[in-house]
Design a protein around this ligand. Structure first.
Ligand SMILES: C[S@@+](CC[C@H](N)C(=O)[O-])C[C@H]1O[C@@H](n2cnc3c(N)ncnc32)[C@H](O)[C@@H]1O
Length: 394
């Protein structure tokens, strides 16, 4: 059972139990189908970290089993006693009325659900009613040998994995050969474990979630005082989550659409956002700051630092991604300076000695801003958010 005595752990465990809405799954899968209508044909699809009684992933693929032409659908669930909802767990009638139901296993084992082209109910259709299930040997942890063997059997893996294990889950996927599409937070792309795959065009973001927040269904025990929660007419609870993205290596059309851009001169003249701030050069990277994706100058041939949300518009035929302004990324060789200790002056005037300026793009300014800034031997710097370092392809 997950230890919920530690508040941080409890918060993480709860976030691991956010359930994806049908419409979000449908929109993303439709985008892959629009690009390649045979993308799922004759494929084995694995949905790990799932649970058909709670999650829409299995329901969606079971409903579309025939029209997508699937070869096999496999989904696995995580044992209630291993996850946050264990304390509130009650097996459903679907499970207790089955001849293979075992009370103890129901709590401590994961479950394996499979659907093949065999019409078990004999109603002329293959759908969720033909889903077969059994207990897994273990608790359904994706890192277990049995779930890893399922990953290796699958052509495509799709899920919303536990938020707290995103890095590990992605590493587990990358270690296999299957294509995949998973939900995560946009900030994950700045991680050392994630960014290298993005730079080498082995991983990209999906086309259907690019801004705003998304609602996820939460457990009936989820505290309603938490920000962004709501209850629908049937008593289901939902929470709004910001910064959600699909991370995938399945092709889609958006990543082949070129971004329409203005020249630097026109941006400086007509783009209100850029008119005041221009395109300052970083002090510690060999690149200019472009604070908004729509302000990327079409005629600039050098290296540019752009917000990480640039990835929502990224077309690998138009741009190359060279690096990221994180201190661990030394592959790009674009970092030209490492600062000695700095004095950080926060908004309320508090002064502290830090090394933070080395972990981001720094811009030298003449006048101290009202927001946080840094001082080194009388020189003033501001630090921007993490930036992707990009260049246009010729
Ligand atoms: C964010 S929820 C998403 C559930 C479902 N895939 C969906 O999107 O509706 C993540 C799920 O992973 C399960 N989980 C947590 N840790 C896990 C682990 N180590 N291995 C497998 N599943 C895990 C959680 O119990 C939860 O059901």
């Amino acid at each position: 059972m997950v230890d919920k005595t530690n508040l941080g752990e409890a918060k993480k465990a709860k976030q691991d139990e956010f359930y994806t809405q049908w419409a979000d799954i449908e929109r993303e899968m439709n985008a892959y189908l629009e690009y390649d209508c045979g993308v799922f044909r004759n494929k084995t699809i694995l949905l790990p970290c799932d649970d058909p009684e709670w999650s829409n992933f299995t329901k969606y693929f079971a409903l579309h089993f025939m029209d997508l032409g699937l070869k096999k659908l496999i989904s696995t669930s995580y044992a209630p006693e291993s996850n946050y909802s264990g304390a509130f767990y009650e097996p459903t009638l679907f499970e207790t009325e089955s001849p293979i139901y075992e009370a103890e296993k129901s709590k401590v084992n994961g479950r394996l659900f499979t659907l093949t082209p065999e019409d078990i109910t004999g109603d002329g259709l293959v759908n969720i009613d033909d889903l077969q299930w059994e207990y897994l040997e273990g608790d359904g942890d994706f890192r277990s040998d049995e779930v890893t063997a399922l990953r290796d059997e699958a052509d495509i893996v799709i899920t919303n994995p536990p938020f707290s294990l995103f890095r590990e889950f992605l590493a587990w996927l990358i270690a296999g050969k299957a294509r995949y599409s998973i939900i995560g937070n946009v900030n994950s792309l700045t991680y050392r474990e994630v960014f290298p795959s993005i730079r080498s065009n082995k991983l990209w973001t999906g086309p259907t979630i690019t801004s705003g927040d998304r609602e996820f269904r939460v457990h009936p025990s989820y505290p309603l005082e938490a920000a962004g929660t709501r209850v629908d007419d049937e008593g289901n609870r939902f929470i709004k989550v910001k910064g959600v993205r699909w991370f995938t290596n399945i092709e889609h059309g958006r990543r082949h659409e070129p971004l329409q851009l203005m020249t630097m001169e026109d941006n400086l003249k007509y783009n209100k956002k850029i008119a005041d701030v221009g395109y300052p050069k970083y002090d510690n990277y060999d690149a200019i700051e472009v604070g908004w994706t729509d302000a990327i100058p079409s005629d600039y041939e050098g290296i540019m630092g752009v917000p990480i949300t640039f990835l929502d518009k990224y077309n690998p035929d138009q741009f190359e991604i060279l690096g990221i302004t994180q201190s661990w990324d030394d592959v790009s060789g674009l970092k030209v300076k490492t600062y000695p200790q700095q004095t950080q002056i926060s908004k309320n005037g508090t002064r502290s000695q830090v090394m933070k300026l080395n972990d981001g793009p720094a811009i030298k300014v003449e006048v101290a801003p009202e927001s946080t800034y840094y001082e080194i031997e009388g020189e003033i710097f501001i630090k921007k958010y993490a930036r992707l370092l990009i260049r246009q392809k010729k």
